[in-house]
Design a protein. Structure first.
Length: 183
């Protein structure tokens, strides 16, 4: 997955130069679309809730400090519960300060190391009114029964990937949800 993102970034960093000299061929455009689609919908580093083999997948870019994200999140969970053929992929996009980054890193590391504990932690992080602090994040972990995790570079890689993907698909803030292929 990391290789795919690096390839995408390399392609798009030369996009303006390529457009001046020669546009992408239709085959190249299709390959780029397929790479972006795979990065959005098939990244094992991104938490996923709901159906294992969904008929419809939503990709939700979210921030643990965003008040609108905190309003949307319970609705997405209800959709997943009500419609068993729907899945939601959660892409933390920490726009709102250092505590957003810390909450996202802890959530992503929990997903990677203890995926069965992710949803409870995610819900607790989303239930906090206002901005998180280091203490509120620790409290969310405790209340969720989540095993404490040691942060490493992998969670930051995932966040950087999410930020790049968000730019590529036109996300300008949170929450932003892709439903099928529509933002």
């Amino acid at each position: 997955m990391k290789y795919m993102i690096v390839l995408l970034l390399a392609l798009f960093s030369t996009l303006s130069i390529a457009q001046e000299t020669a546009p992408f061929t239709p085959d190249q455009e299709k390959q780029i679309e397929n790479l972006i689609h795979a990065a959005l919908f098939n990244d094992p580093a991104s938490p996923r809730i709901g159906a294992k083999h969904p008929k419809l997948t939503l990709v939700n870019f979210t921030d643990y400090n965003c008040p609108y994200c905190k309003q949307l999140d319970p609705m997405l969970e209800k959709i997943v519960q009500k419609y068993p053929d729907v899945a939601v992929i959660i892409k933390p996009l920490p726009f709102k300060g250092e505590s957003s980054v810390l909450a996202a890193r802890i959530a992503l590391t929990t997903w990677r190391e203890h995926p069965q504990q992710f949803l409870a932690l995610h819900e607790k992080l989303m239930q906090k009114r206002g901005y998180h602090t280091d203490d509120s994040i620790k409290q969310a972990q405790q209340k969720a029964g989540a095993t404490p995790v040691t942060l490493d570079e992998k969670s930051m890689e995932t966040i950087r990937t999410n930020l790049q993907l968000a730019r590529l698909v036109g996300v300008q803030g949170t929450p932003a949800t892709i439903i099928g292929d529509e933002l």
